[in-house]
Structures are given as structure tokens and as C-alpha cells.
Design a protein around this ligand. Structure first.
Ligand code: ADP
Ligand code: 5GP
Length: 189
């Protein structure tokens, strides 16, 4: 069986990555989502092992020192990383795998796994991005401001990605990501 393809989805916080990935995954049961590990606290409604593996700083650093992470980053005072083992296993089993990670992680993945396909999700405007972050209502004002600051750095990385998708209309953005996956699949033939 052919190996699966590794997709990296990035974009500023609030661009809609999570919402888009959820719909892409619901529509194709061959695709797997890599659950990241983080030291940040769960948001209301977030579930352990579904949204993230929520771990202590010590546990994160231990796995990191053992080489158990495909990539990692420190973002607004917390660690985030991709557990390596599960991703490699799924790819070998022929599943396509999505990593929803930031650009620091994306470029680490590109280095260690050059076949990875990097997709950047853009908000229609900075104003709309702010509105979405505020609308999500899950962070304090201080953290929200830091996230907005980071978002500006994130946006500057978009042109280094293989594909860019503007998430204005959600269904259209989902269709565009699905089309990218079809294009990449057709390259095999
Ligand atoms: P990210 O995972 O990139 O941080 P989310 O998926 O959490 O972003 O989306 C941020 C907020 O924007 C959520 O409240 C989500 O429901 C909303 N959202 C996502 N896509 C759209 C869209 N196309 N139009 C309007 N709101 C959207
Ligand atoms: P959030 O706290 O909003 O869930 O995520 C904050 C940022 O960390 C987002 O830009 C998100 O894409 C990124 N992120 C989530 N998981 C990972 C990961 O495993 N690795 C890296 N490098 N970034 C991640």
C-alpha cells in the first residue's frame, strides 16, 4: 500500500484552522488528525486526547529529550508539539495525516520530512481575525493581545507555504483544502 501524505495546516490563531480541519476529517475517514501535546490549560469544551494531550511542562520536556516529538514550539508561554510515533505509524499504514501546527513547527517538519505539504489558512482581513478571536471568547484580554501580536508574525509566513487558502466562506475554504488533497493525490498516478 502507498504511504499516506503528510499535510501541515497553519495560520494565525482564529483563522479557522480547527473548524476547517474538523470538516475535512468528517468527510474522509482515511484521514487522520495528529493530536498535539501542549502545556497550556484546556479551554472550555476541549477534551483530553481529542483536542490536545494536556501535559505538564516536565512530561513535555521528558518526551522532547527522548526524541519523541516530530517538531515543537514555545508559544505564548506554553509548549506545543507533535508526538512522532503515531504520525509515522499512520503514514506507513497509508493514511493521510493532518498536523495543525504553527509555522515554526511547519518548517521543522519540512526539514525532516520534505514530502510534507504545507497549507496556510488566511483570514479574509485582520479586522475579521480580531473579531473571530474576540468572538471565541476563550482568553483573557492580555493573552488575546499576545495572540493578535503573534498573528501578525504568522501572516508574514504565508508565502513560504505550498498552498494558501482564504477562509472567508467556511464551506468554500473546506472545499479548497479538499481540492488541494485531490491534486496531491493525483500526483502519485
Ligand atoms: P483556529 O483553529 O485557526 O484558531 P477556529 O477554528 O477556532 O480557529 O476559529 C476561530 C473562530 O472563528 C471560531 O469561533 C469559529 O467558529 C469562527 N470561524 C471559523 N471559520 C469561520 C468563517 N469562515 N466565518 C466566520 N467565522 C468563522
Ligand atoms: P491554541 O492555543 O490556539 O490551540 O494554539 C496556539 C498555536 O499553537 C496555534 O498557532 C496552533 O496552530 C499552534 N500549535 C498547536 N499544536 C501545535 C504543535 O503540535 N506544534 C506546533 N509547533 N504548534 C502547534
Amino acid at each position: 500500500m502507498a504511504k499516506g501524505k503528510l499535510y501541515v495546516i497553519s495560520g494565525p490563531s482564529g483563522a479557522g484552522k480547527g473548524t476547517i480541519c474538523k470538516k475535512v476529517l468528517e468527510a474522509d475517514d482515511n484521514i487522520r488528525f495528529s493530536v498535539s501535546m501542549t502545556t497550556r490549560n484546556p479551554r472550555k469544551g476541549e477534551k483530553e486526547a481529542v483536542d490536545y494531550f494536556f501535559v505538564s511542562k516536565e512530561a513535555f520536556e521528558k518526551l522532547l529529550s527522548e526524541g519523541g516529538l516530530l517538531e515543537h514550539n514555545l508559544y505564548v508561554n506554553n509548549y506545543y508539539g507533535t508526538p512522532r510515533k503515531q504520525v509515522i505509524q499512520w503514514l506507513e499504514e497509508g493514511h493521510d495525516v493532518i498536523l495543525e501546527i504553527d509555522y515554526h513547527g511547519a518548517f521543522q517538519v519540512r526539514e525532516s520530512y520534505p514530502e510534507a505539504i504545507l497549507v496556510f489558512i488566511l483570514p479574509p482581513s485582520v479586522e475579521e481575525l480580531k473579531a473571530r478571536i474576540i468572538g471565541r471568547g476563550s482568553e483573557s484580554e492580555e493573552i488575546m493581545n499576545k495572540r493578535l501580536e503573534e498573528a501578525m508574525n504568522d501572516l508574514a509566513q504565508a508565502d513560504k507555504y505550498d498552498y494558501r487558502v482564504v477562509n472567508e466562506n467556511l464551506d468554500a475554504a473546506v472545499a479548497e483544502v479538499q481540492q488541494i488533497m485531490m491534486i496531491e493525490k493525483s500526483k502519485e498516478a
